[in-house]
Write a protein that binds this ligand. Structure first.
Ligand code: MLC
Ligand code: AMP
Length: 504
């Protein structure tokens, strides 16, 4: 049965004894073993009555089995919905409810918190721990490693990835098989990946970067990955001699540079270092080149579009820019009011069109219509400027968004919770520069008249509701929020005022 994404990324590796995942314990999983594992999971999932198009929410730690779940969903035609393990049960409930997920797979340690979430939403519940063990693996073990691949077209959904929204309600970006496959093809070619490559993979696998950019490119090229649970600079350095390439958010590069053992000698054999998901400071780029002789290749993308632009593999990699549009993808910088394309050199909103652009937001037609134009251009909300050579620079964001260590944080979601706290009259959440994470959230609070704010209690209340990475790393109290003539909070003034809050 045709299933374009499965055929291109997975089916061709069946029975291959070439290495796919090198694990930190020294073991290796071959491509064939990975495909067999995935097919057992596909059998397990369908044995539970799941049918093509059903959503499978997955909130588990990073492991080969967790990655095999992605392959299993593609093979069975299920829609993969990966979730950050840091999300609280309240956050998970929203995703399971919104997506009408048929199955939730979670860590065994979360069962107590999530059993009601699943029951309330008529979802089945299975477990998988960070080693891959759990009820789902037990079920998979009862099945064979052959599975009749579900028929799919390139327009069928492969995944829904939730991205937070400016209103505080997360939106599910619907990604079709074609969205994912076309981008994997473009990137594999642009970055010259081949089966001789070994990628150091220390990114999470519940976001576009670690899941689609990294994994799909390696599957398409037939190469291998050193599959590490998370960023740990010691481990990156330990395994670098086995690798040819690294993909990371800018924090990867600042942490490597902070390490004394990170030297030109260690990296001499490396073919490519790629950065994205957040701005790479030009200083980091320069320092990296001075230390290693390598010029980091920066690219730009987002959940809704996968990757849009990249600095060239051959040709000038310009620090501070995110490079040129990838082949087949149109990128323009537009007037935010009129939507007219601006001349080179003018700052405007970046819009993109191509086979990479998502299918819209799950069950949110108004939001889809607001961001996806009828002619197919997606309004990214990023502010950019194009130079006369076609290189794009991201110079800011039209959307009120904080990117902390590559994770997106929408202030509205935090402000709504802060406003509900005893004694708080109003709040504004801003991003302040942070040496390790690029930026981190700061909550600016205004107290009700005569109220004394209990900052510790507010922090505790937030921690129960929000994933830790979203919780403000500083809460400050001021008399009133600066507002413009329209009554809008002037966050730019707050950002200037608290620019040094993490430097102290
Ligand atoms: C962890 N913490 C963070 C955080 N990550 N806080 C703010 N921002 C982050 N990004 C918090 C934890 O909750 C914990 O808090 C403490 O920091 C230590 O946790 P940790 O797990 O030990 O953190 P660490 O290993 O330092 O992780 C930092 C990181 C990681 C930057 C390596 O966040 C990471 O891998 N980020 C990559 C994100 C990513 O893949 N983005 C791509 C999105 S796709 P406490 O309070 O409990 O101590 C996309 C499209 C595109 O953007 O273009 O690619
Ligand atoms: P996400 O919604 O998590 O996929 O995050 C996408 C956002 O990350 C984009 O809209 C940009 O704001 C930002 N981003 C991704 N890559 C870069 C980059 N290289 N430079 C600056 N910002 C980036």
């Amino acid at each position: 049965m045709p299933n374009p994404l499965y055929d291109a990324l997975f089916a061709r590796h069946a029975d291959q004894d070439t290495p796919f995942l090198h694990l930190p314990d020294g073991s290796t999983m071959t491509h064939g073993q990975f495909i067999d594992t995935a097919s057992r999971y596909a059998n397990a999932l369908t044995s539970k009555g799941l049918a093509p198009g059903d959503r499978v929410a997955v909130q588990v730690g990073k492991s080969p089995d967790a990655l095999a779940l992605y392959a299993a969903c593609v093979q069975a035609g299920l829609v993969f919905l990966p979730l950050n393990p840091a999300y609280t049960p309240a956050e998970v409930e929203y995703f399971v409810f919104d997506a009408s997920a048929s199955l939730l797979i979670c860590d065994p340690g979360s069962i107590g918190d999530l059993v009601d979430v699943a029951a309330n939403n008529q979802a089945e519940l299975e477990t998988m721990d960070i080693t891959g063990r759990g009820t789902l693996r037990d079920l998979a073990a009862e099945h064979g490693h052959r599975f009749a691949t579900a028929e799919r077209t390139e327009n069928d959904l492969a995944a829904i990835l939730y991205t937070s929204g400016t209103t505080g309600r997360s939106k599910g970006a619907m990604l079709s098989q074609k969205n994912l496959l076309s981008n994997a093809e473009a990137l594999t070619k642009a970055w010259q990946f081949s089966k001789t490559d070994v990628l150091l993979h220390a990114l999470p696998i519940f976001h576009t970067h670690g899941l689609f950019v990294a994994t799909n490119v390696m599957l398409l090229s037939g190469g291998a990955m050193v599959f590490l649970p998370k960023l740990d600079a010691d481990q990156l350095i330990r395994f670098m001699p086995r690798a040819t390439t690294l993909m990371g958010v800018p924090t990867f590069y600042t942490r490597l540079l902070a390490h004394d053992d990170f030297t030109a000698c260690l990296t001499a054999h490396m073919r490519l270092f790629i950065s994205g998901s957040a701005p790479l400071l030009a200083d980091t780029h320069t320092e990296f080149e001075e230390r290693t002789g390598h010029r980091i290749l920066e690219r730009y993308g987002m959940t809704e579009t996968n990757m849009n632009t990249s600095n060239p593999y051959d040709g000038p990699r310009r620090a501070g820019t995110v490079g040129l549009p990838l082949p087949g993808i149109e990128v323009k910088v537009c007037d935010p009011e009129t939507g007219e394309t601006l001349p080179d050199g003018d700052i405007g909103v970046v819009e993109v069109r191509g086979p990479n652009v998502f299918q819209g937001y799950w069950r949110m037609p108004e939001k889809t219509a607001a961001e996806l134009r009828a002619d197919g251009f997606f309004i990214t909300g990023d502010l950019g400027v194009m130079d006369d050579q076609g290189y794009l620079s991201i110079v800011g964001r039209g959307k009120d968004l904080i990117i902390s260590g590559g994770y997106n944080i929408y202030p509205k979601e935090i402000e709504l919770l802060l406003d509900d706290q005893p004694g708080v009259m109003e709040s504004a959440v801003i991003g302040a520069p942070h040496a390790d994470l690029g930026e981190a959230p700061v909550g600016v609070l205004v107290a009700q008249p005569d109220a004394a704010l209990d900052i510790e209690a507010i922090n505790t209340a937030l921690a129960g509701k929000l994933a830790r990475f979203k919780c403000p790393r500083a809460l400050v109290v001021i008399d009133e929020l600066p507002r413009n003539a329209m009554g809008k909070v002037q966050k730019n003034l707050l950002r200037a005022q608290y620019a040094d809050v993490f430097a102290l």
